[in-house]
Ligand binder design. Structure first.
Ligand code: PMP
Length: 411
């Protein structure tokens, strides 16, 4: 049964059992309506209320309001946003710089490449607007001897490669690299990037959203697939600063053709269109929004004793990560943590077992006592422990104990 299994999968990830129990009832008979929630119209009053409540909870958790930010629910995962930010923000650049756009310019976009996901996002931008319009501010592989991800250079090393905010459509980074176990330390790099107020900062927070506090006002766009810290697969949360959305909307509520060199945004990626429709331009999976809403409401219930829900979640996330890294560091003859210490992810703990062939044995031994989902990503191998919000402290304690016992036996 669920209680005997501790799941550390990288996404989809575990959800709180009480959330799943509530959702299970709704799958058959939502609120005693005699209908399943998956049978209800996305345009019903009921669905509208579910959407609104999830948006409100999310804004409250990130300490933002509808006056300054708009929350969109979109399909297509984080991957769709790799394309959507490019289409929308090059259009925004053209709207802000009509004369330059009329002269055939299209501006640049800039990427900090720290792992597999930001690398994929940069590749997509190159496909859409051409390599010559994509400025890779740095690729952290160039800062390591192994030429692999696992490090982030200090801002002093790459700041000089940034373009001026007015020449750049946006600068993009991935706050937590799920595959490589690399996370930007809190407040970085956004504080450096925000030094130029004209710069629009885009962050992929798919795998660490609502695991620590952040200053939403500094970001132009934040996106996150729900399937890690928020809910089930099927919806992506996009948060846009209202000044950006307003200017984008001035181009037309359906995507316009601005100039020949600026690509027209496909309608399902056009933020003004989705926003104007209240995220219901087409049939949104409301059941997934419902699950997200339940998880968000549950998190908000922690809002007490002068400490916000997110601050409390942050403490818990940090504590769980520390429990694991402490054992891994204690037995450094047995385990090797892959990323550099200063940029170790609190969400995805990636390590190797030094003895050849022992990783399969470790994974199998874990499975036998109900510790599952520990295999590293197929592209990098090794072990990966994903420590998302719904992973209980007790599950982490059990895993830390297994790491300890395994190491002692192997010494
Ligand atoms: N960005 C990050 C950081 C991710 O971890 C993932 C998926 N694991 C994605 C983007 C892609 O998300 P999706 O599969 O929802 O398209």
């Amino acid at each position: 049964d669920r209680a005997s299994v501790a799941y550390f999968g990288a996404g989809p990830s575990p959800l709180p059992t009480d959330v799943l129990e509530t959702a299970a009832v709704s799958l058959i008979n939502h609120n005693n309506s005699g209908l399943s929630l998956v049978e209800q119209s996305h345009r019903s009053a009921l669905s509208g209320q579910i959407l609104q409540s999830a948006k409100d909870s999310f804004l409250k958790i990130i300490n933002a309001t509808a006056d300054t930010h708009t929350v969109l629910f979109m399909a297509g995962g984080g991957t769709l946003q790799f394309s959507a930010v490019v289409y929308n923000l090059f259009s925004l650049w053209a709207l802000k710089n009509p004369e330059r756009a009329a002269n055939g310019e299209r501006g640049f976009c800039e990427y900090l490449v720290t792992g597999g996901w930001s690398s994929k996002a940069a590749d997509e931008a190159k496909r859409l607007v051409g390599e010559e319009n994509v400025n890779v501010v740095f690729d952290s592989r160039n800062y390591s001897e192994s030429k692999k991800f696992g490090n982030i250079p200090d801002a002093g090393e790459w700041k000089g490669n940034l373009k001026k905010g007015r020449d750049s459509a946006f600068v993009y980074y991935c706050d937590n690299e799920t595959v490589d176990g690399v996370e930007f330390p809190k407040g970085t790099p956004v504080d450096t990037l925000a030094e130029d107020p004209e710069r629009i900062i885009v962050a992929d927070m798919s795998s660490n959203i609502i695991s620590r506090t952040f200053d939403a006002s500094k970001f132009g766009i934040i996106f996150a697939g729900a399937q890690k810290n928020i809910g089930s697969t099927g919806v992506t949360i996009v948060v846009i600063r209202n000044d950006i959305l307003t200017l984008l909307t001035s181009g037309g509520s359906l995507p316009p053709k601005l100039t020949p060199q600026i690509p027209v945004t496909p309608v399902m990626m056009h933020y003004p269109t989705i926003s104007k429709a209240g995220s219901l331009y087409n049939t949104l999976p409301i059941f997934d929004v419902y699950i997200a809403g339940l998880t968000l409401t549950r998190l908000l219930q922690r809002d007490e004793s002068g400490k916000t829900a997110l601050a409390q979640q942050e403490e818990e996330s940090n504590l769980k990560a520390k429990l694991l890294y402490d054992v891994l560091d204690k037995y450094s003859e047995i385990y090797h943590v892959v990323p550099a210490k200063a940029v170790r992810s609190r969400m995805n703990i990636c390590f190797r077992i030094l003895a050849p062939g022992d990783e399969a044995k470790f994974i199998k031994g874990g499975e036998e006592i109900g510790l599952v989902g520990l295999k590293g990503h197929r592209s990098v191998g090794g072990i990966r422990i994903s420590n998302y919000n719904a992973v209980a402290v007790e599950s982490v304690q059990k895993l830390a104990q297994y790491l300890e016992e395994y190491a002692k036996a192997a010494l």
